[in-house]
Design a protein around this ligand. Structure first.
Ligand SMILES: [Zn+2]
Length: 241
């Protein structure tokens, strides 16, 4: 008998009663606000809760930055179940990142996601770190810290932009350029990825035998933290016909 993935009633009574001494005021506030959120859902969207308990059918996959200021559900005013999310430092797509590849494969080949969006944002710490790393010459192939290693491709990209600029870029111009070019570069990486290439050719699911997936479209957006607005870079890519 397969393990059920839905309609399993959890009993959390064991963890209730005594106060957790490690809960800070911030965490207590989060739990209190969650209670209000859950109460509102129960009051106004009971059917949605029932539907979500049975499974998820998002049509959009959001590949964004881990930055706390770009929460996809808040900035798009979505309900649970609408956006499947992959977030990492500076909204990268790295083919060797099994976590991201596994999530996107599941999103497309099991859930039937139709649109994948790379979402960059203004004042991205990863972008700034890459520019700083590119300021002192060609970036190394590796780094001593996990963050440095993760940002090697973006740091190389920053260095390339710096080398190819016909005149010296001001710091704001450099940040703006790398922010938007990074989104476009990640779209290119995504286009070349195993999961997208499989989707655009055979369309076969490696997760559900016999299933032929919808062919996905790819998009590039940038979120402006100073206004809260998302901007479509209009670099969308349709599957080859
Ligand atoms: Zn960021």
């Amino acid at each position: 008998m397969p393990f059920p993935t839905s309609d399993v009633n959890f009993d959390f009574s064991d963890s209730m009663g005594e106060v957790n001494p490690l809960l800070s005021d911030v965490l207590t506030s989060l739990l209190e606000r969650n209670q209000k959120f859950a109460t509102g859902l129960e009051r106004d969207h009971r059917e949605l809760l029932k539907t979500l308990s049975k499974g998820q059918k998002p049509t959009v996959c959001w590949i964004g930055c881990s930055d706390s200021r770009v929460p996809e559900g808040s900035v798009c005013q979505t309900y649970p179940g609408e956006i499947f999310t992959i977030r990492n430092v500076a909204n990268q797509w790295n083919e060797k990142d099994d976590s991201a590849a596994a999530a996107l494969t599941f999103a497309i080949e099991a859930l039937g996601v139709e649109d994948v969006i790379i979402v960059g944002h203004t004042s991205c710490g990863g972008v700034s770190a890459a520019i700083a790393g590119a300021s002192s010459g060609p970036p190394a192939e590796t780094a001593s810290s996990s963050l440095g290693r993760y940002l090697v491709p973006l740091t190389k990209h920053a260095y390339q932009i710096k080398q190819e600029a016909t005149e010296e870029l001001s710091p704001p111009a450099f940040v703006k350029k790398l922010t938007t070019e990074n989104v476009k570069k990640q779209l290119e990486n995504l286009k070349a990825s195993e999961v997208i290439q499989r989707n655009w050719t055979t369309g076969e699911s490696t997760l559900v035998p016999g299933k032929v997936c919808k062919k996905v479209r790819l998009h590039g957006w940038v979120h402006d933290i100073s206004t809260g607005k998302l901007h479509d870079l209009n670099v969308s890519v349709a599957p080859p016909s």
